[in-house]
Design a binder for this molecule. Structure first.
Ligand SMILES: C[S@@+](CC[C@H](N)C(=O)[O-])C[C@H]1O[C@@H](n2cnc3c(N)ncnc32)[C@H](O)[C@@H]1O
Length: 469
């Protein structure tokens, strides 16, 4: 049995929540026991549980000795437990964090996202959550509590999101709702929990019930076909599309397997990289051409191959510059080049040359039958373009049009080129005044931020929450 102790200013807030939610049912079935502990039971009658913040500034915070007495009473009465504090400054709860906690608390078999990390992961969780089926939820209110109490007692400090509530009671309820869905016997169909959004890299598929036609919207025929394999494939496709377009941030962080990536890629429009040696700003302030460099071609081609860019267009109107590029490309296209370094050959084989941006756009149009969207990059914010950031992939991809990522050389793209673009990506900046990245470095960073996988080792979520003593 799992024991849950909630230490709070307002037990009444939890009474109705427990009686109306699945928690009440679980309690009735004897699967869980819930104890409500009130901070004010640990002060003398009429004594306040909070007091003024030390130093300048307004706000009342819970007295440390009151919180301490409440925790000590809880441990003495119900046994030691895993103490969770709630704070907007804590680790934001995610489904994998919840699952880790649940596996330990409810003795569930561990199901690591990455089997190879199973051992390390189990060890990490063992270390963080002692064998215990008692969780103690400490819910501050007012301006929170004395910082030393967290330092002394918290096993984890959790947040439910980047906003500030008036107290830790709702966060405690959110945690319980999420956690107890994994407790055996509480949610009717355990399979549906495993198939829910955030259990893996994909969001859940769209769900329908009768009537077939509702507000002129029909349930897709395939869902009604009775063909289980076809329905499974349709659901996977629909979930992949929704995830890529709405929550690419989640997808890229959730370590999708190669087959999941392959399916998801169907919903990412083709991307092209264009490196402009024309229509660029020159040192004196005029607009003109710049020289090609072989290292840019090599490195850009390799970045493009890594991030699945369809073609890398190098644009220069200068015949002698083009011939230099072609000498270089001819080597890599030759059998000698292929033999010398097959992976470099593969990368360089996506390089194409054009004499103007218009010709690039024309060629993509001819190839795809669609008007490309231009996403420009600049070291500066330009007010006349719609600026997007590196979480706006869905905004661009929902157009289902090929995407051109446009890069300038010399002092950057001429204003007339930027003005033609559909979107402008925010500049890449460090925390310094120096801002002179080479185009190939900027491009690698941009490609990674825009299309790269960014695995998060969620095993460490609780570890991050654990306070460093
Ligand atoms: C008004 S908040 C205190 C905010 C604190 N001064 C700060 O800015 O970090 C009072 C209490 O509500 C709870 N709380 C507020 N927002 C929360 C969130 N997003 N997640 C978890 N707990 C939260 C915490 O227990 C917090 O101590």
């Amino acid at each position: 049995m799992v024991t849950i102790s909630i230490i709070t200013v307002f037990p009444q807030l939890h009474e109705s929540f427990i009686s109306l939610s699945l928690l009440g049912k679980a309690q009735e079935k004897g699967l869980i026991a819930i104890n409500l502990i009130r901070f004010s039971d640990f002060v003398a009658p009429k004594e306040r549980i909070d007091q003024q913040l030390c130093g300048p500034g307004a706000g009342m915070i819970l007295k440390p000795e009151v919180v301490e007495k409440a925790i000590s009473y809880c441990i003495a009465t119900y046994g030691d437990g895993f103490k969770i504090f709630f704070s907007p400054q804590g680790t934001v709860i995610t489904q994998p964090t919840i699952k880790l906690l649940a596996e330990k608390l409810f003795n569930l078999p561990c199901s690591p996202v990455h089997p190879e990390s199973a051992e390390a992961r189990t060890a990490a969780v063992e270390e963080q959550i002692p064998a215990s089926t008692h969780i103690i939820l400490v819910c501050p209110r007012y301006e929170g509590m004395d910082a030393r109490v967290e330092q002394e007692y918290a096993d984890a400090v959790l947040s439910i999101g980047d906003y500030v509530l008036m107290g830790g009671d709702l966060p405690a309820q959110v945690l319980l709702e999420a956690l107890l869905r994994y407790a055996p016997g509480i949610v009717g169909n355990a399979e549906s929990v495993e198939a829910d959004s955030f259990s893996g890299p994909l969001l859940d598929h769209p769900a329908y019930t009768l009537p077939v036609l509702w507000h002129e919207q029909e349930i897709p025929a395939i869902v009604r076909s009775g063909n289980h394999e076809a329905i499974k494939q349709w659901r996977l496709d629909a979930a992949s599309k929704k995830t890529v377009l709405n929550r690419f941030d989640w997808f890229r962080s959730a370590r999708p397997a190669p087959d999941v990536c392959a399916r998801a890629k169907k919903y990412i429009p083709p991307h092209y990289v264009v490196l402009m040696h024309d229509q660029v700003k020159l040192a004196g302030g005029s607009t003109g051409t710049s020289s090609v460099t072989s290292i840019d071609i090599h490195d850009t081609a390799r970045s493009c191959a890594t991030y699945g860019i369809k073609n890398f267009f190098l644009v220069t109107p200068l015949v002698d510059q083009l011939s230099i590029v072609h000498i270089f490309l001819d080597f890599w296209h030759s059998s000698a080049g292929k033999k010398y370094n097959p992976s470099r050959h593969e990368a360089v084989s996506r390089v194409r040359t054009e004499t103007s941006l218009d010709r690039v756009l024309h060629s993509i149009r001819a190839e795809t039958g669609l008007e490309p969207l231009i996403v420009t990059t600049s070291a500066k914010i330009m007010s006349h373009c719609q600026t997007i950031d590196f979480s706006d992939q869905g905004v661009v991809w929902r157009h289902s049009r090929p995407v051109v990522l446009l890069f300038g050389t010399a002092q950057g793209l001429a204003d007339e080129v930027i003005e033609k673009s559909d979107y402008l990506l925010v500049p890449i900046e460090g925390m310094t005044d120096y801002n002179h990245l080479s185009v190939r470095s900027a491009m690698a960073i941009i490609l990674d931020r825009w299309l790269g996988l960014q695995p998060r080792l969620r095993e460490s979520d609780l570890g991050i929450a654990k306070l460093t003593k």
